[in-house]
Structure formats: structure tokens, C-alpha cells
Design a binder for this molecule. Structure first.
Ligand code: SAH
Length: 261
């Protein structure tokens, strides 16, 4: 294939709020010729691309690999036609954003690629809650993890990764929050582990659900409309204890029904 003439920028759009974007990203959007953006990116952020053709390439559940190959091809084609091609992704492009597939495909086609980081959802959620994910004496490790398994991917044991971290941020997990809680408890996590589910972090529509892990394991499906993540760890103990000051925070809580059955 003929090498592209343009350069492709993988740009982090941040977690949602249009003003939570880097100056570098905003400048690139302002001079972009074409922008391929995820469905979740705020319209006001896309609107920063005043001179560009804008193309939504949001992938919904299912058909991911086909969609990804198609996006790779469109980026390569665009680089042959334009100087500045922006691939705008929610949060930080390098976390759970399929960035490596795009970087590899572009490099393989001889197209120059540059990455512009963004504020990832976990850090926006931490800011919203006013709770630091690391804390002296309580939390010296944070894990970014997803239980979601992609096409042809080995499942792996994400539960140990959560259990071994002082604080965990679970992406693409809130839709199965109950099942996840049950799995974690079955793998040995304490039922009094503090949990906060944050939806729409950084946006005016932000919601938070705070509860101990044992209760999450017995909860029904959480009523969520926007993107949401599950945060777990001792750093959230005060936040959770403020809502559940009673015995529910003890580690002797009975196991969820699904486990005792
Ligand atoms: N690259 C993105 C993550 C993409 S995966 C980043 O760095 O943030 C998509 C998942 O991110 C969602 O399923 C959800 O778990 C999380 N997410 C994205 N935006 C969010 C937001 N505003 N609030 C809470 N979680 C969010």
C-alpha cells in the first residue's frame, strides 16, 4: 500500500466534560481536517473541530473486531488524503480504547501516529468523589481492570488482580455489577470491601452508588444510563460508612444467595 502523507493523532477526549481536555488536544482538533470520534465523546468536544469533517465511529457491543478493522482502514485511507487526522477517543486513548490495534495497523501501513493522552474515567471519578485512589498507609496500588473479554481473547483471572490491589477501578463492568460482586466474594474478597459505582463522572448527570461489596452482590441490576465504573478499596471506607453506618460494614455479612445456594 502507498504510504499515507498525513499523520494520525490518537487523542484523549477526557471522561465527558468538554472542558476536561488537554490544550494540545484542543489545538489539534482546531486544525484537524477530519475527526473520527467515539460515540461517547461529548458533542461540544467534537465541535472544537471547527474545520473538520467529523465521523462517528462508535462501536456498540458485538461485532467489535469487524468494526475495528473497518476503523483501521478508514484511518489509513484518511491519512492518504489529509494532513491532520484525529482519532478522538473517550478518556485516555491508551486505556481500554483499542489504541494498540490502530497504532499497529497505521504503522504497518507506513502512517505516522502520535498519541495525546486524556483524563481517564477512573481519575475523573476519584476527583468527583474527592477521594484519592492512593493514600499513605492505606493504598499504595491502583489497578485499572476490566472483566470484559473481547473476541478470541482468553478470559484470564481478573479477580486476583482486583483482590491484590489496594484500590481497583473496573471499566466496562457496571452492567454486571451484581455478578462481579458475587465472583469477587467467591474468590475471597471481603464482603465489607467498600464499593462506589460512579456513572457519568465529570458530567452534571453524575450519579454515585455507595455500598459494601456484600450488598452489591445481592443488589438488583443498577439503574444506569450513562457510562459507569466500579471502584473498590479501603480508600472508600468513609464514603461507604457514611451511607451504611450499621452492621452491613462488618466482614461477617452472610454470603449472597447465589453463593450459598
Ligand atoms: N479510554 C476510556 C475507557 C474506555 S472503556 C478511559 O480512559 O476512560 C469504556 C468504559 O469506561 C465504560 O464502560 C465505563 O466503565 C468507563 N467510563 C467512561 N467514561 C466514564 C464516565 N464519564 N464515568 C464513569 N465511567 C466511565
Amino acid at each position: 500500500m502507498k504510504p499515507g502523507t498525513g499523520r494520525v493523532y490518537l487523542v484523549g477526549a477526557g471522561p465527558g466534560a468538554p472542558d476536561l481536555i488537554t490544550v494540545r488536544a484542543a489545538q489539534l482538533l482546531a486544525r484537524a481536517n477530519i475527526v473520527f470520534h467515539d460515540a461517547l465523546v461529548h458533542p461540544d468536544t467534537v465541535a472544537l473541530a471547527v474545520n473538520a469533517e467529523t465521523v462517528a465511529v462508535g462501536k456498540r457491543c458485538g461485532k467489535h473486531s469487524t468494526a475495528q478493522r473497518f476503523i483501521n482502514k478508514r484511518l489509513i485511507d484518511a491519512a492518504a488524503r489529509f494532513d491532520t487526522v484525529v482519532r478522538l477517543k473517550g478518556g485516555d486513548p491508551m486505556l481500554f480504547g483499542r489504541a494498540q490495534e490502530e497504532i499497529d495497523a497505521l504503522r504497518c501501513a507506513g502512517v505516522e501516529v502520535e498519541v495525546v493522552p486524556g483524563v481517564t474515567a477512573a481519575l475523573a471519578a476519584s476527583a468527583e468523589l474527592g477521594v484519592a485512589l492512593t493514600r499513605r498507609g492505606t493504598s499504595r496500588s491502583v489497578t485499572f481492570v476490566t472483566p470484559r473479554v473481547g473476541d478470541g481473547e482468553q478470559a484470564g483471572d481478573w479477580t486476583q488482580c482486583v483482590i491484590n490491589a489496594d484500590c481497583a477501578a473496573l471499566y466496562m463492568a457496571a452492567g454486571q455489577a451484581r455478578e462481579i460482586a458475587v465472583r469477587l466474594i467467591a474468590s475471597g474478597m471481603r464482603t465489607d470491601t467498600p464499593v462506589v459505582v460512579v456513572e457519568d463522572a465529570s458530567l452534571p448527570t453524575m450519579t454515585r452508588t455507595v455500598l459494601p461489596l456484600g450488598r452489591l452482590g445481592r443488589a438488583g441490576t443498577l439503574a444506569l444510563r450513562g457510562p459507569a465504573m466500579i471502584l473498590l478499596g479501603e480508600v472508600f471506607r468513609d464514603v461507604v460508612a457514611a451511607v451504611w453506618p450499621d452492621s452491613s460494614m462488618t466482614s461477617h455479612e452472610p454470603l449472597p444467595e447465589a453463593l450459598s445456594a
